[in-house]
Ligand binder design. Structure first.
Ligand SMILES: Cc1cc2nc3c(=O)[nH]c(=O)nc-3n(C[C@H](O)[C@H](O)[C@H](O)COP(=O)(O)OP(=O)(O)OC[C@H]3O[C@@H](n4cnc5c(N)ncnc54)[C@H](O)[C@@H]3O)c2cc1C
Length: 507
């Protein structure tokens, strides 16, 4: 008996790893390279199709907590991300090639995983104890999409969102840009010696930075945060923990007011398929194309992806009028992506408009921004919290297809689907971590959100139950939520471990 998984993306790869790690055989179907998608470029598993960032990696934000929970559940995606990490301030970003290569190698090398390179055109029948996980992502092939639509009916939706351009590093004019992380949140320059390090008030370095082997301790004085490195502790050099020359992880393109006005006028005049239709199209608010934001008002971008707060231009000693941030996109450091600059401007116009950004006057673009299809089911009408299809317990949807949003969330849903599919093969009960954990909260949201206005969601603290006795400071509240989540996750893990699962031969 085996678990069948369709789709070797973030969710399918993690699901395969989890099921196989539970000693259950897995057959993993991936259609690439024989049948490509509009966006994937390689035949690798877990290919990152856009940004190279897994977002925040601290326990003061919900996606940082989700990642920590995944680490504790033995996530392959987190392990590969750690091994291919590049500098990105408080975020976890990776060299995409190394990351996908690490996941691919781990799956190929696993003795219980059989890989089949073929497109699956209909949902396989689920009989007996052989579960199927559909993890074919936002770009699910047409034939399978049609079959899923037939299964879930009118609740199966199509949806669009857009991706950011990437620029060649040596075409950036370094004399015009400056290197810094917002609020100096980079680990670089943390004064790599023992003793107190003073940080700006809302900087958060508390908690462990396990990849650096450093435990950072919060200062009892809440108004000025500082951290203490013990004499025998140091933050290692090297890309693995986002530490380098002490100057910050992002390249920042600073605008004067005049430069911003010129850029804005060109942006709203540029030809974009999106803007003509943007009232009809349904974009996530968190992933709006810049031209759509620009059409909402002259200053909307200055309060969104071009916000200058927390950044001081060393040449003027002041906060610029607006900023475009560039984030390193690969370990070689020769590609930088424009942070939050997803766009659907026609490519000719796109180059012209983006070259009005200070520092990018001579930029060459490795990839332009674009809009893509996003296929997902109306999860609250289709799925249980376990990511099983209601009324068909041997069928799971996982990943973006299941109505979560983002690389990390997709992998997290695959993780639970994989564990539960393995449990079914073994004749054991399915379960999910409690709702007080990030992973359990995501599952709860997927199964219980309002189906009338359903939108795939990133993980946020807002979808977790509030604390009984919350601390007054926002930061302390977030850390307390994380602390509760990790304690509750540990209890769930302990419960599963002591649950005696029948051996495979008995199932
Ligand atoms: C263009 C684009 C940009 C995105 N940018 C970001 C971003 O920057 N950050 C972020 O966090 N999230 C982003 N997302 C959203 C989402 O996080 C990613 O799509 C993520 O890869 C979803 O993981 P997944 O496993 O569900 O799907 P995928 O990673 O896409 O994996 C699905 C796999 O299934 C395969 N497949 C499809 N149909 C079949 C079939 N019929 N038979 C066999 N195999 C099949 C595909 O080839 C693919 O390998 C983006 C999505 C898209 C489409």
């Amino acid at each position: 008996m085996a678990v069948t998984i369709i789709g070797g993306g973030l969710a399918g790869s993690e699901a395969a790893w989890q099921a196989a790690s539970a000693d259950v055989p897995v057959v993993l179907h991936e259609m690439r390279p024989g049948t490509p998608t509009a966006v994937h470029k390689t035949d690798r598993f877990a290919e990152l199709v856009c940004s190279n960032s897994f977002r925040g990696d601290k326990l003061d934000n919900a996606v940082g907590l989700l990642k920590e929970e995944m680490r504790r559940l033995g996530s392959l995606v987190m392990r590969a991300a750690h091994a291919s990490r590049v500098p990105a301030g408080a975020a976890l970003a990776v060299d995409r090639d190394r990351f996908a290569a690490a996941v691919t190698r781990a799956l190929i090398d696993h003795p219980l995983i059989t890989i089949v390179r073929e497109e699956i055109t209909s949902i396989p029948g689920t009989t007996g104890r052989e579960p199927v996980i559909v993890a074919t992502g936002p770009l699910t092939s047409d034939a399978l999409s049609a079959d899923i639509a037939a299964l879930v009916g009118a609740d199966h939706l199509y949806f669009y969102d857009a991706i950011s351009p990437i620029v060649l590093a040596d075409t950036i004019d370094r004399s015009r840009v400056f290197r810094a992380s917002r609020w100096d949140r980079s680990l670089r320059g943390a004064g790599l010696t023992a003793g107190n390090i003073r940080l700006k008030p809302d900087t958060t370095l508390e908690g462990s930075v396990p990849e650096c082997g450093v435990r950072l301790q919060p200062d009892p004085d809440d108004s000025i945060r500082s951290v203490r490195l013990q004499p025998d502790q140091r933050i290692d050099d090297g890309a693995a923990c986002g530490v380098d020359d002490g100057a910050g992880d992002y390249l920042n393109c600073p605008f004067t007011r005049e430069e911003y006005e010129r850029f804005y006028d060109a942006l709203v005049a540029a030809e974009s398929a999106t803007v003509h239709d943007f009232d009809k199209e349904r974009f996530f608010e968190g992933c709006l194309p810049i031209e759509v934001m620009a059409h909402r008002g002259r200053d909307t971008l200055r309060f969104g992806p071009m916000k200058p707060v927390g950044l001081t231009d060393p040449r003027t000693g002041r906060e610029p009028y607006a900023v475009v941030q560039l984030r390193q996109d690969n370990l070689a450091g020769d590609h930088f992506s424009l942070v939050g600059f997803q766009t659907q401007i026609k490519w000719g116009d796109q180059a012209r408009v983006l070259r009005l950004i200070p520092g990018l006057e001579g930029a060459e673009f490795v990839r332009f921004g674009m809009v893509h299809r996003n296929t997902y089911v109306n999860a609250p009408t289709v799925l249980d919290e376990t990511w099983q299809v209601r009324g068909r317990p041997m069928l799971f949807f996982a990943g973006q297809m299941s109505g979560v949003e983002g690389y990390v969330e997709s992998a997290a849903s695959g993780l639970i689907a994989g564990l539960n599919a393995a449990a079914l093969v073994k004749g054991a009960p399915v379960s999910i971590p409690p709702r007080t954990t990030a992973i359990g909260a995501l599952a709860y949201y997927v199964a219980h959100a309002n189906p009338a206005h359903y939108e795939p969601s990133n993980i946020t603290f807002g979808i977790m139950p509030p604390l009984a006795d919350p601390p007054r400071s926002k930061m302390a509240r977030k850390l307390a939520l994380s602390e509760r989540a990790l304690a509750d996750l540990q209890k769930w893990i302990d419960g599963r471990t002591t649950q005696s699962l029948p051996a495979l031969s008995q199932a």
